[in-house]
Design a protein around this ligand. Structure first.
Ligand SMILES: Cc1ncc(COP(=O)(O)O)c(C=O)c1O
Length: 402
């Protein structure tokens, strides 16, 4: 009896923690970083920065790419090159990680929050149209918010969870009202919208290589665009707006936002693996879809006919009545079994950092945030660990019903 108990205890302590999403380092990262260290090219100049920019531009299908320290700085600079000025308004998805909204404020502009659509959970183009046509007026070639009197100058569609926004109707509205489109494609590298990469669809796009993204440099970002003047301006602003490197003459207020060569070296090695990572993420999603489709009260994330999703962060909706417990209770149950999961973000119109007093409710985003839960989906997730996650979710559902 004692031995059995001891065996059980041992098995329990040996049960591996299943993380939500961790980086996968399995290619030329060591070799490329070693080369930087051996040659002394470790800082913001070096061949890997340029090579990484070329690789990301090729993946996005854009003419130019400018590497940055992270995705947030890429968004900040993109808004500046897009001509967003202090006291402008910028339309942005409310269901997003907070970074694009912070970037709007760094530029001195104000966010106008747009709700999500209920099917793919992305920025709702009909809400964009509704705001522009019913709450704004067009005069002297400018769009103004009738209530605030502020100029509306840009839209940031945020492609969340590896799935693209239905951006075509948004581009049509933007062209009609001379609004610039700054894509937050930080979560969507490797996905496609009607065969094209997010980031190449609007005027300028941004990627992130933060540790939880599909590829990582530890921390890093990229601005992509087809506009040569914008790419040049982005490079200028990210390198302290230096006009004369000998005399240290700076033409305007710039930023120290350049990515360093050592991190770009990691990025090059990671980019070499991107296609296989996307394939693995899609395989993980396929296994979840199949195993969880029949579980009452669970709605797995969907892929639109016009999209190829990377399923970067595999997410389900939990209906507490039909499933038996809420998404947050499921999080706790799985946590007790060493399985890490995560809800989506608090919609930013509700965030203490950006909330506007008396702002209208954005019900779809609020519903999704209440019920969504992301499940483990690292590129290195083994079938065995995924089966453990699936079994734990299914057992929780059936346990509640018996
Ligand atoms: C939607 C979104 N936008 C922006 C960012 C910011 O990127 P970074 O963390 O590289 O600054 C992230 C992720 O971190 C993100 O998920």
């Amino acid at each position: 009896m004692k031995t059995m108990e001891a065996d059980l205890k041992l098995a329990e302590t040996q049960t591996q923690f299943v993380p939500l999403s961790v980086p996968e380092i399995r290619g030329n990262e060591w070799e490329y970083v070693k080369e930087c260290l051996d040659t002394g090219w470790v800082s913001s100049v070096g061949s890997y920065v340029e090579r990484f920019e070329k690789m990301v531009a090729a993946q996005a299908g854009t003419e130019y790419a400018v590497a940055t320290v992270n995705g947030t700085s890429a968004l900040h600079i993109s808004l500046l090159v897009a001509g967003v000025r202090p006291d402008d308004e910028v339309l942005v998805s409310t269901l997003t990680f907070i970074a694009p909204v912070n970037a709007i404020r760094y530029a001195g502009a104000w966010p106008v929050f747009i709700d999500a659509e209920p099917t793919y959970w992305q920025m709702d183009p009909s809400r964009v149209l509704d705001f522009v046509e019913h709450q704004c007026e067009w005069s002297n070639g400018e769009l103004r918010n009738r209530k605030t009197g502020r100029r509306v100058s840009a839209i940031i569609p945020v492609h969340i969870l590896g799935h693209p926004v239905d951006i075509e109707p948004i581009l049509t509205i933007a062209r009609k009202y001379n609004l610039k489109v700054v894509e937050d494609s930080t979560e969507a590298l490797g996905s496609t919208y009607r065969g094209k990469s997010p980031g190449s669809l609007g005027d300028v796009g941004c990627f992130s290589f933060n540790g939880n993204k599909i590829i990582t440099t530890g921390g890093g970002g990229m601005i992509v665009t087809d506009r040569e003047d914008w790419a040049k301006k982005a490079k200028y602003l990210t390198t302290q707006a230096k006009d004369d490197p000998i005399e240290y003459i700076h033409g305007e207020v710039g930023y120290n936002y350049r990515l360093v060569n050592v991190l770009a070296a990691i990025g090059c090695a990671q980019m070499e693996q991107l296609a296989s990572y996307v394939e693995k993420k899609r395989a993980i999603a396929g296994r979840y879809q199949q195993a969880l489709a029949g579980v009452p009260g669970l709605t797995p994330m969907k892929e639109a006919s016009w999209a190829e999703s990377t399923y970067w962060m595999y997410t389900v909706l939990v209906d507490p009545l039909a499933f038996g417990i809420s998404s947050r209770q499921l999080l706790k149950t799985l946590e007790s079994q060493k399985i890490q999961t995560r809800p989506l973000w608090q919609p930013i119109h509700l965030s203490p950092a950006h909330a506007v007093k008396g702002a209208a409710s954005l019900p779809v985003a609020e519903h999704l945030a209440d019920h969504a839960l992301s499940l483990p989906c690292s590129v290195n997730l083994s079938d065995h660990d995924q089966d453990r996650v699936i079994a734990a979710v299914v057992a929780t559902a059936s346990g509640r019903k018996s």
